[in-house]
Design a protein around this ligand. Structure first.
Ligand code: SAH
Ligand code: F3S
Length: 451
């Protein structure tokens, strides 16, 4: 009989949220969560398929789980579910079940039926949101200050490099009432910040008739991301709101204005551009040009001058030349982003790029270009952070600094990390801190005074 389960998660913020969802589903069904693999009867591995590196790590982890002496039941869930060679893993008895991201509700039954069926496989993707009625119970989350709230799952874009539309299916949105309830519950539990998650939050749209009848927002026919943000910001003025990811193609002026209008919406936008070359953007099937991206950034900066900007970049996409790469570097130099995530291109089976284009940039060059981007970003981050010296920043205290236990660490509205000496503050408190120094990654603050 399986009673104790352990779960390990890889990949993005969505998977962290899903972990909490799964823990809630299983504990509601009398399974007991443990944070130690050796105490568990069942090990769940929540997977990521975005790049080959992630998959390799997970395959190695599976080998390790299989090497544990007292054999456990093993379940693979998440984005690798419909990609893995399940026949092989079942035949070798290396996995007992594989469940895709839209089927977590089935987990209790699948686990209970494992005595009869040795193996179980369900990777069906759904067109509707399957988890509207489950709010994560947060009992086992480490962070008690800030919480993710998924507002939509899947993605309807087809960027040619990306597996997400295949691993997570079509975009499905949660109802606004459901999202608001979840945020309210987090607030009641003492949370001070929610981070709204979606592959493309700006394409959020809800227009179910039942919702209109309730007339929650001024008789509007449907609820888009602007309306959703405003609804949360108004209803919960004492909670900070962040969101990710904004696809440049769907970012509207209305959203930017709402961010400006409400103090509790953080002034920070994650706006992946992937490449600064129009030719590459076209091959990636991103639906904006370099100029449109620059114009968008200028609009954001005009409306919210202190808004921070971050990005995702892929280096060495199919046929990327040195000139394309220079275009990316030049775009970075022009904007001087606050922060960025950068990756070497990984040719993923099943994607359009895999089928049609050639992964012809040598790994050495991909890595070299990545290094150049990292180096440049470090300079820009330093430049941006330096501008805060002598300013007073409002910091939400998230915990004790890892490097120095006499310091707190937290973030300001712009999502910059700030560390400052502990006096008598508490985790979860909002405090004003004077910035006295910085590195390329962190702002260093003074003691909090005049509380
Ligand atoms: N929805 C987000 C992206 C989600 S995936 C958006 O609109 O951009 C997160 C990031 O992983 C992407 O922005 C991209 O930079 C990176 N990524 C996705 N597929 C990749 C691949 N095949 N190789 C390398 N990086 C990839
Ligand atoms: Fe992937 Fe593009 Fe969607 S990067 S998640 S297909 S917006």
């Amino acid at each position: 009989m399986i009673k104790y389960f352990y779960i390990e998660s890889y990949g993005c913020q969505m998977n962290i949220y899903d972990n909490e969802l799964i823990i809630t589903i299983l504990t509601n069904n009398n399974f007991i969560y443990v944070d130690n693999i050796y105490k568990a009867d069942l090990i769940l591995i929540n997977t990521c398929a975005i790049r080959e590196k992630a998959e390799t790590k997970i395959y190695n982890r599976l080998l390790f789980f299989n090497s544990i002496k007292k054999k456990k039941v093993l379940g693979l869930i998440g984005c690798m579910a419909n990609r893995i060679d399940y026949k092989y893993y079942f035949k070798k008895n290396m996995l007992n079940f594989i469940i895709g991201p839209d089927q977590y509700r089935q987990l209790p039954n699948i686990i209970k039926s494992l005595n009869d069926n040795r193996y179980s496989y369900n990777v069906i993707l759904s067109n509707d949101e399957n988890y509207n009625d489950i709010i994560p119970n947060k009992l086992y989350s480490n962070n008690k200050v800030s919480s993710f709230v998924t507002i939509s799952r899947g993605c309807d874009n087809m960027c040619t490099f990306c597996v997400v539309p295949f691993t997570r299916g079509r975009e499905k949105n949660k109802s606004p009432i459901r999202i608001l309830n979840e945020c309210k519950r987090l607030y009641d539990l003492g949370y001070k910040e929610v981070i709204l998650l979606g592959q493309n939050v700006n394409s959020y749209l809800w227009n179910k008739k039942s919702f209109i009848k309730k007339n929650i927002i001024n008789k509007k026919k449907s609820i888009n991301f602007t309306n959703l943000l405003e609804m949360i910001a108004k209803s919960l003025p004492n909670i900070r709101i962040r969101f990710s990811t904004s696809n440049p193609q769907d970012m509207s002026i209305e959203v930017i204005k709402i961010i400006k209008k409400y103090n509790n919406i953080c002034k920070s936008i994650h706006l992946p551009f992937q490449s600064g070359s129009n030719r590459i953007l076209k091959l990636m099937k991103r639906k904006y040009t370099r100029l449109e991206y620059i114009n968008l950034v200028e609009k954001i900066k005009n409306i919210i001058p202190d808004c921070s900007l971050s990005y995702d970049i892929i280096t060495g996409f199919c046929s990327e030349t040195n000139k394309d790469h220079k275009d990316t570097l030049n775009l970075m130099k022009y904007i001087k982003f606050d922060f960025g995530y950068m990756f070497c291109y990984s040719h993923r089976k099943g994607t359009y790029a895999y089928k049609i284009l050639k992964d012809n940039v040598p790994i050495k060059i991909k890595k070299y270009r990545l290094k150049e981007i990292i180096r440049l970003q470090r300079k820009h981050s330093y430049y941006r952070l330096k501008k805060n010296i002598n300013s007073i920043q409002e910091v939400l205290i998230e915990g004790i600094s890892k490097k120095n236990k006499n310091y707190w660490y937290g973030r300001n509205s712009q999502n910059s990390i700030i560390v400052f000496p502990k006096t008598n503050e508490n985790i979860g408190e909002l405090v004003n801190v004077k910035i006295i120094n910085n590195t390329s990654a962190t702002l260093i603050g003074d003691n909090v005074e005049n509380k």
